[in-house]
Write a protein that binds this ligand. Structure first.
Ligand code: NAI
Length: 466
């Protein structure tokens, strides 16, 4: 055990390992405990492997449409086992990277399950069967979340799957049903449709990606439908029966029940915090009615010396980059540095489907609800030269501003590579730039980013190319 640690981090996802690195940079003696693999859900089951799948899907689509730019591709087929190997290679390279970073920063890593025993001690049941106790001045809880299911429907990992199962599936399902059209549902529906599955999405609310601006939801639903994905909104899953080697799903929509057949069903109805067995209550850490750890300010829990960040403290946004940034701020707070909680109105939200979705801040409806004198600027990618070159005419940029001073309240994008177009808006928002500065900044031609510029000009009544 040595002389004890300044910080023990529980959970090595993007919250935990980034927090550990920041602590080491600040000269804190740091340990991290992880029962699965360094990198957490994001690296092994979430962000990275799903984006690898989506990239394979994108390449398949490009190959199918190569003829449009005069490149002849004789026949396109997807070798799903090879896609699987590519995904695993990508993950394992990044995994080795995180292991290296822990060594570089002299962060002690413990492979096992941690439990708080009082304020300054963490008990670890190591994966090799032994046990140890770590003494520490501070603790950072970053244990993340796990997929939620429906109370009446067991996820069996065989036909009824969570995203953890689907991402590492070895065989492509011929017919995939997806319950929930949030970020996970839409990304998987998009990827599997491009890889060759017949996909049906069942969403209980009236629109896909219900957290996004309404125009975004409408554009995404249209694009998914055009790609052959069946999207059922305002639809309720009433029952699931095993039939032969597949499933029969009873889905109610508009008062009628339809029976859908599928080989696999993905449950993507949200995620729940992981707090069980952590000893939080005994340590004086309060948890709310939904099981999320309660925090205040820079992520302090109700117990002195214990901070918590990431999915374990939020219903939303459950995002890797949010967890990392919260962890940095929590650790700076521990070290006595001046810091502040994140501004959640300047946090990027990205859905890596085809088409991509990217946004931050308020939707138009939210801005109106908050009483702003809303002025909206829009620009379609169909009028953007680079989008036309890429053959990606769908989608738009929408900026939501306050008419009074031109404050940027939110940006909402659908279309090619839009997840890479958000940072200028985020930076603008964080330095309190207005729509006037965005409109005055020179944007290179021809780039997709010109659509952001033109949307800003549109908000000021000066759009050029429409
Ligand atoms: P979500 O909360 O984004 O979406 C869940 C969807 O399921 C909602 O549309 C909801 O209305 C629907 N739903 C709930 N109960 C239902 C039912 N009984 N029948 C039909 N539909 C139902 O949750 P999701 O997609 O599971 O993602 C979990 C978290 O992971 C989110 O916070 C998300 O932001 C995060 N994530 C982020 C990614 C990214 O940044 N690209 C990728 C994947 C996940």
């Amino acid at each position: 055990m040595g002389d004890g640690y300044d910080l023990v981090v529980i959970g090595a996802g993007p919250g935990g390992y980034v927090g550990a690195i920041r602590a080491a940079q600040l000269g804190m003696r740091t340990a991290i405990v992880e029962r699965d693999k360094l990198g957490g859900t994001c690296l092994h089951y979430g962000c990275i492997p799903t984006k690898a799948l989506l990239h394979a899907a994108e390449v398949a689509e490009l190959a199918r449409h190569a003829g449009q730019v005069g490149v002849r591709v004789e026949s396109v087929s997807v070798d799903f086992a090879a896609v699987h190997r590519y995904r695993e290679r990508t993950v394992s390279t990044l995994h080795r990277g995180v292991e290296y970073l822990m060594r570089k920063h002299r962060i002690a890593t413990f492979a096992g399950t941690a439990r708080l025993v009082g304020r300054n001690r963490v008990h670890v049941s190591l994966n090799d069967g032994s046990e140890t106790e770590l003494e520490t001045r501070n603790v950072l809880v970053a244990t993340g979340s796990r997929p939620r299911s429906l109370p009446w429907l067991a996820v069996d990992g065989d036909r009824v799957l969570s995203s953890d199962h689907l991402v590492s599936l070895q065989e492509l399902p011929a017919r995939l049903a997806v319950l929930g059209a949030g970020v996970i549902g839409v990304e998987f529906a998009s990827a599997f449709a491009s890889l060759g599955s017949q996909v049906t999405v069942v969403e209980i609310l009236p629109r896909v990606l219900p957290g996004e601006d309404e125009e975004v939801s409408a554009a995404v639903e249209k694009a998914l439908t055009r790609r052959g994905i069946r999207v059922l909104t305002s639809a309720t899953l009433k029952g699931v029966e095993r039939a032969g080697s597949g499933l029969q799903l009873s889905v109610e929509k508009d008062g009628k029940v339809e029976v859908l057949e599928a080989d696999r069903l993905l449950i993507a109805v949200g995620r729940a915090p992981v707090t069980d067995g952590l000893g939080l209550e005994e340590a004086g850490v309060e948890v709310d009615g939904q099981g999320f750890v309660r925090t205040e300010g820079t992520y302090r829990t109700t117990a002195a010396g214990i901070w918590a960040v990431g999915d374990v403290i939020h219903a939303q946004p459950m995002l890797a980059h949010v967890a990392s940034e919260e962890a940095v701020r929590a650790v700076e707070d521990m070290a006595g540095h001046p810091t502040a909680p994140l501004d959640y109105d300047a946090v990027p939200r990205c859905t890596y489907s085809n088409p991509e979705v990217a946004s931050f801040g308020l939707t138009e409806a939210q801005a109106r609800e908050r009483g702003y004198d809303v002025r909206v600027g829009r620009f379609p990618f169909s009028a953007n030269g680079k989008a036309l070159i890429l053959g990606e005419r769908d989608g738009f940029v929408k900026v939501v501003t306050d008419a009074k001073h031109g404050e940027i309240l939110g940006m909402h994008l659908v279309g090619p590579r839009v997840t890479e177009l958000l940072p200028e808006g985020i930076l603008g928002k964080s330095v309190e730039a207005t729509i006037h500065e965005l409109a005055a900044a020179v944007h290179a031609h021809p780039t997709l980013s010109e659509a952001v510029h033109e949307a800003a000009l549109d908000a000021l009544g000066r759009v050029v190319h429409v």
